[in-house]
Design a protein around this ligand. Structure first.
Ligand code: AMP
Length: 399
């Protein structure tokens, strides 16, 4: 079974084809600068890297080029499009409609259009990718795998905000959560690493990258998560503030110095580690300044990330009455052992103790718990593409 996984963004498309018999990636690549004069397609297959400059006026042309490459006589991985068993699309927002992944039908297209307003920067591009594949290879089934669906079974008390109830009814204001595919993947892997059935486990998943979210995963699904209606709240991120008092927004608006667009940019693009440090949104830059140059604001940015991360772990331990495992994943979670050490320090009372030497790894799957730690602390590199491919396979293989 060969599954093509697509992640269509505003001007780029990530693609990857997996052989599900071996779970091996056959080819992966990136279409960039869609709509510009010089677009770019780059890919890796058979251990070699390739690159081509072309012109893609839209996503459809970019995807047509991807299909050509898959079938290329010299470095392709299929000889006929019939060999593509299904296409799995990363789809950001499923609203309250999609609690699970789905095989795309005509009715879905209309339903998906109705969700664009919930994630205007992502969903419309995801939909363009789906539409393009339906046109280019109409006989191949398309599956949509949502970032929100793993969180779709959160209890009402976790997903509702204490705002007037009409806002939920009229505008769909509630916590949806994101990074669901990553949380799902690492939680499943964690359960298998600690030899517990996923359906009977309690796992805290810490997805820490440019965007960060933590989840409390109990009995096989997310029961709470730190991102909310938008991708802004929770733990401070590269450029996003995370939790702060929303009264600040109305206060700033009332000064007359800011428009609502200014405030949007402020909390999404100018805050987080970038805003506090004034240096960069990238963890490595901040660490370098804080440690090598003793820069106070860089250190404060790190302190804020560590402190909020600790608070969320404490909250989720209380929500689930303990945890079997705590998992770190994504760019910072997988590579930043210093971040893991800071977050997990002084947590003995809560059953979390790491082995500082074992923890000194980057990008590897490893159990970093100290002997006797009641909560197993694990590093698990995320693999959203594999998770999307697995979901796609399970929905299409017996059709
Ligand atoms: P992602 O969005 O998952 O690609 O993660 C990006 C973040 O991971 C950036 O803030 C990077 O600085 C961070 N990151 C990548 N490698 C390392 C590393 N070796 N140490 C600390 N942070 C890292």
């Amino acid at each position: 079974m060969k599954i093509l996984v697509l992640n269509s963004g505003s001007s780029s498309i990530k693609f990857q084809m997996l052989d599900m018999a071996t779970k091996e990636t056959l080819i992966k690549g990136l279409v960039e600068r869609i709509g510009l004069e010089e677009s770019l397609i780059s890919w890796k297959s058979g251990g070699e890297k390739y690159k081509k400059t072309m012109h893609f006026p839209g996503h459809k042309e970019g995807l047509a080029a991807v299909l050509d490459i898959l079938k290329d006589r010299d470095h392709g991985v299929i000889s006929d499009f019939n060999e593509i068993d299904a296409v799995g699309h990363r789809y950001v927002h499923g609203g309250e409609i999609y609690k699970d992944s789905a095989v795309v039908t005509e009715e879905d297209i209309a339903a998906l259009e109705g969700l664009n307003h919930l994630a205007p920067l992502h969903n419309p591009h995801n939909l363009v990718g789906v539409r393009a594949m339906l046109e280019l290879i109409p006989r191949v089934p398309n599956v949509i795998v949502f970032d929100t669906s793993f969180h779709s079974r959160m209890p009402e008390k976790a997903y509702m905000f204490a705002l007037p109830y009409e806002l939920y009814e009229k505008y769909g204001i509630r916590r949806y959560g994101f990074h669901g595919t990553s949380h799902h993947y690492v939680a499943l892997e964690a359960a298998s690493m600690i030899n517990k059935p996923f359906e009977k486990s309690k796992i805290i998943t810490c997805h820490m990258g440019n965007g960060t979210s933590f989840s409390a995963v109990q009995n096989g699904h997310s029961v709470d998560t730190s991102l909310g209606f938008s991708t802004m709240c929770g733990i401070p991120m590269g450029t996003r503030a995370g939790d702060f008092d929303p009264g600040i927004l109305t206060h700033l608006l009332n000064t007359g110095d800011f428009t609502s667009d200014d405030l949007h940019d402020l909390i999404y693009k100018k805050s987080g580690m970038l805003g506090v440090s004034g240096i960069s949104s990238d963890m490595r830059d901040i660490e370098q300044k804080a440690w090598n140059e003793k820069d106070k604001r860089a250190q404060l940015a790190l302190d804020l990330v560590h402190y909020h991360a600790k608070k969320y772990i404490g909250a989720y331990l209380s929500v689930m009455n303990g945890a079997d495992a705590l998992v770190f994943t994504a760019g910072i979670g997988e590579n930043g052992w210093e971040t893991r050490e800071e977050i997990c320090s002084d947590m003995e009372f809560l059953g979390i103790q790491i082995d500082r030497e074992k923890n000194k790894v980057r990008g590897k799957r490893v159990d970093i718990s100290a002997p006797g730690s009641r909560v197993k602390v694990l590093v698990i590199p995320t693999n959203e593409e594999l998770m999307i491919a697995e979901e796609t396979l399970s929905l299409t293989q017996n059709r």
